[in-house]
Ligand binder design. Structure first.
Ligand SMILES: Cc1cc2nc3c(=O)[nH]c(=O)nc-3n(C[C@H](O)[C@H](O)[C@H](O)COP(=O)(O)O)c2cc1C
Length: 197
């Protein structure tokens, strides 16, 4: 079997999606994938961050920014984003919108994709955010792998079948997420494997 190349592409401001991306990386590597963990470029002024933002910026300083080459390299892509008013954050949207050149060359066809999201509230827009992301990925010709109810950990995390939903608090997460994130990453690797030559 070939080794799946998995890109984990996230945006985070206060660290929750960074944590989820790292859980996913651990699980995907355990499942045998070669993993690139990448953040998308920050668009906000970072010169005077609040304490939680500052901590995240320090924790993630060695993480490389995602590029089009990472998308070409990847067989599968797992996205993780915080909601912004029920939608995909501009930082991730811009990264997606910058890929018109690759899209026109057909280089985004058949990427096997899945997505996760966080919000401050239990029902603060995670489902809409994931669904919005999937809309753009349909235009890429991606193969979407939803979480469904493929594992008990999904129920424990709140039961979002589109992708794992985190409820972000100052202390961490209000819901039990780690197992669901790890299941989603492992499942994406296993499904991607079926599409790799
Ligand atoms: C401009 C803005 C809009 C937000 N909109 C929502 C929202 O609609 N619903 C919600 O529950 N949380 C909302 N939040 C909270 C974020 O989604 C939350 O802080 C994020 O999921 C934490 O993820 P992170 O630590 O990876 O940045 C918003 C935050 C900001 C800054």
């Amino acid at each position: 079997m070939s080794k799946v190349k998995l890109l984990i592409c996230y945006y985070s401001q206060t660290g929750h999606n960074f944590q989820m991306a790292n859980w996913a990386k651990t699980a995907a590597e355990e499942a045998g994938a070669e993993v690139r963990l990448r953040k998308v470029k920050e668009l906000l002024d970072t010169s005077d961050p609040n304490p939680s933002w500052k901590k995240y910026l320090e924790d993630s300083k060695d993480v490389l920014e995602a590029t089009g080459d990472d998308l070409i390299w990847a067989d599968g892509i797992l996205f993780s984003v915080p909601t912004r008013f029920g939608n995909v954050p501009a930082q991730m949207k811009l990264f997606i919108d910058q890929q018109g050149g690759l899209w026109a060359q057909g280089k985004l066809n058949n990427k096997v994709v899945s997505a996760m999201a966080t919000a401050q509230n239990n029902n603060g827009g995670q489902e809409m955010t994931i669904r919005s992301l999937y809309t753009s990925l349909c235009h890429w010709g991606a193969i979407i792998v939803p979480a469904g109810y493929t594992d008990n950990s999904i129920y424990a995390a709140g039961g979002n079948p589109y992708g794992t939903s985190g409820t972000a608090t100052r202390e961490g997460f209000a819901n039990d997420l780690e197992s669901a994130v790890k299941h989603q990453a492992k499942r994406l690797v296993e499904v991607t494997e079926k599409f790799v030559d």
